[in-house]
Structures are given as structure tokens and as C-alpha cells.
Design a protein around this ligand. Sequence first.
Ligand code: FES
Ligand code: FES
Length: 162
Amino acid sequence: MKSLIQLKVNGDLFEIAVASNRTLLEALRYECHLTGSKQGCDMGDCGACTVLIDGVPIQACITLAMDCVGKDIVTVEGIAKHNEPHPVQIAWNNQGASQCGYCTPGFMVVAKWLFDRNPDPTEEEIKTALSGNICRCTGYTKIICAMKEAIEIMNDKQSAMK
Ligand code: FES
Ligand code: FES
């Protein structure tokens, strides 16, 4: 049996019918049609499905949709502002930090979470923040380069505003 629930995703309200065992990841992808969050391991291990719930990175594949009613959900589709890509999205593109791209949305969501709290993290802090996300293609070097370029882009933006 399904119940009608409302989910607030990227500032928009979605009214959807879900079974009690529907995960947030399934609800996002199949009911809300937001397919940015990826279904990788589906066991909470790889981070490909990571979204922010009330500002905290959570694996959507092991979270029930019903438990997210009344919460603020941000997916990779919601990290750009005013049609302008997030600095991490620009840097990822510049650095070629995606190959298959399956892991990318999860990394970007965690990157936004990190930069919102710490706009100038050290390499160690970057590695710690991203330690829950697995990439099978890139060897991580370009991902770290993209994170560093994103910091430069944010610093340049700050300087331009002074
Ligand atoms: S798909 Fe959710 S952690 Fe891997
Ligand atoms: S780019 Fe393929 S898993 Fe990361």
C-alpha cells in the first residue's frame, strides 16, 4: 500500500505516492524524476547517492522516503545557484575529474557541504570529507585537483566582491 507524502527537494515541493519501504533515492529518481543522485552499491557504501538532508550529507539509498517528510533535501541538481554552476561543478569540468561520472554527483554534494562550512580546507581536510565517496575510475588525483581549483574559484569570487 502506498501513502501520499510531500518531499521538499531543492526548494520545490513534490507530492508523491510511496510504499513504506521506498528509499529516498528511489523516490528521488523514480517519483520526483531527479536522476542526478546515482544508485551505485545501494548499500550505503559508495556515496554515489549522497544528498543533503537538513544540511547534512546522507546516503539516500539507506534512508526511507517517509522519514524525510518535513526535511530540506538538496540533491546535485540543487547545488547550482541562479543558473550559475557551483564552483565545484566548474572545477570538475576544467580538471576532467569525471570519467564514467557515476560517482560525481555524490562527490559534488559532499564538496558543497564541506565548502559551506570551510571555504579553505587543507588537502587533508578535503580527503577526510570525501572519504565516504568511492570513485572506481579516476584514482582520485583529478578529484583533489578539482577541489583545489574550486577553492581558487571561490577565493577569486570573494576578491572580486571586495
Ligand atoms: S548507492 Fe548509496 S551509498 Fe552506494
Ligand atoms: S568517475 Fe567513474 S566512478 Fe568515479
